[in-house]
Ligand binder design. Structure first.
Ligand SMILES: [Zn+2]
Length: 303
C-alpha cells in the first residue's frame, strides 16, 4: 500500500473514531474499561460482605478521589450498615454504601444512584452481574464526572448502594438515616440494568406516579436507533410494575419522586451468564448518554 493511501486511511480512521465518540458527553472508552473491570471474575460477583464487593468499593472510591469528587459524610465515602440476617451469613457492619456529593447553586438535592452489589458465588459459579448492575455503577461514575465538570443547579448526591440484592437494604438505610426535612431531596434518579436490549429500548419508569417528570424527559434529543420509553409503573400490573424492583422504591415510600432507568429482563438475568461479553456496548453508550441528558433536563426543570 502506498504511503499516501496509508495516510488517507489513517486520517479517515481518526475522523471516524472522533466523530463516533463526539456524540457522547462522557468518555466511552473509560466507561467500557470500567465495566470490564467491575464485571470481571476477580470481583467474584460483588456479593455484600465479600472480598470482591470490597474490591468493587475500593475501585469506585479511587475513581471518585481521582475525579476530585468529595465524600457526602464527614467520616468519608463509606456509610456502613447492618441488616437482619434472614438472607445468609452477612455479619453486622458488613454492608457499605458509597456516598459522594457535588455541590450545586441550590440546596435542593437530586440523588443519582445505582447498586454495586450482585449475587456473588452460587453453586461454584460466579455471577458477574455485568448488566445487573455493573452497568449502572459504571454509568454513575461517568455521570459523576460529567456533573463535576459541568456544575449542576441542584446539589447532587452520588449514591452507590450495597445489598440491593438482599432486599433493597442499602437504599433503605440511606433514606432512613437522612434528615429528610433538612436535606430537601426533590428527586431520585436510579439506574439498574441499562446495558443491553434486543429492541434497543431503555425505559424511564416512574412518571405514572410523578407525571411532572415526563415533560422534561420527553424533550431531550436521543441518539439514533435508540428508544426511550415510559412505563412499567402501573400499579396492579404485577412483575410488569418495576416501582418496587430496585432502590427507587425506598425513595417512593418516602414520597420522594423517582425516575428509574432500566431494560426489560433478558435470558441472562440473575444467571452466571450475565457477563461483559453479552453487553451491547453501542446500546450501553447510548443509554448512558440519554440518562445524562435526562438528568441535565431534570436538573434544569425542577425547583
Ligand atoms: Zn439490580
Amino acid at each position: 500500500m502506498g504511503m499516501i493511501v496509508c495516510r488517507i486511511l489513517f486520517i479517515a480512521v481518526l475522523f471516524f473514531t472522533q466523530t463516533a465518540f463526539a456524540q457522547y458527553s462522557f468518555n466511552a472508552g473509560q466507561l467500557t474499561n470500567d465495566l470490564k473491570i467491575l464485571s470481571s471474575d476477580s470481583l467474584e460477583g460483588r456479593k455484600v460482605g465479600s472480598e470482591g464487593n470490597a474490591k468493587a468499593r475500593t475501585y469506585i472510591i479511587t475513581r471518585l478521589e481521582l475525579l476530585g469528587i468529595k465524600p457526602l459524610l464527614e467520616s468519608g465515602y463509606v456509610q456502613t450498615f447492618s441488616f437482619p440476617q434472614t438472607f445468609g451469613q452477612v455479619q453486622p457492619g458488613d454492608a457499605s454504601n458509597v456516598l459522594a456529593v457535588i455541590e450545586g447553586t441550590k440546596k435542593e438535592t437530586i440523588v443519582i444512584s445505582a447498586h454495586y452489589d450482585h449475587l456473588g458465588l452460587l453453586g461454584g459459579k460466579i455471577y458477574n452481574g455485568a448488566d445487573d448492575n455493573a452497568s449502572g455503577t459504571v454509568a454513575l461514575l461517568a455521570i459523576a464526572e460529567y456533573f463535576a465538570k459541568n456544575k449542576p443547579s441542584h446539589r447532587i448526591i452520588i449514591a452507590f448502594f450495597d445489598a440491593e440484592e438482599m432486599g433493597l437494604r442499602g437504599s433503605a438505610h440511606f433514606v432512613n438515616a437522612l434528615d429528610l426535612a433538612r436535606e430537601s431531596i426533590v428527586l431520585n434518579i436510579n439506574m439498574d440494568m441499562i446495558s443491553r436490549s434486543d429492541k434497543n429500548e431503555l425505559y424511564a419508569c416512574g412518571t405514572h406516579h410523578y407525571p411532572q417528570l415526563k415533560k422534561p424527559i420527553e424533550k431531550i434529543s436521543l441518539p439514533e436507533k435508540f428508544s426511550l420509553l415510559f412505563g412499567h409503573d402501573q400499579p396492579g400490573s404485577g412483575r410488569n410494575d418495576w416501582t418496587s424492583q430496585s432502590d427507587q422504591m425506598n425513595f417512593h415510600l418516602k414520597k420522594i419522586p423517582f425516575v428509574y432507568f432500566g431494560v426489560e429482563d433478558h435470558a441472562d438475568y440473575h444467571r452466571p451468564t450475565d457477563d461483559f461479553d453479552k453487553v451491547n456496548l453501542d446500546f450501553y453508550h447510548k443509554s448512558v448518554e440519554a440518562i445524562i441528558r435526562a438528568a441535565k433536563a431534570l436538573d434544569k426543570a425542577l425547583q
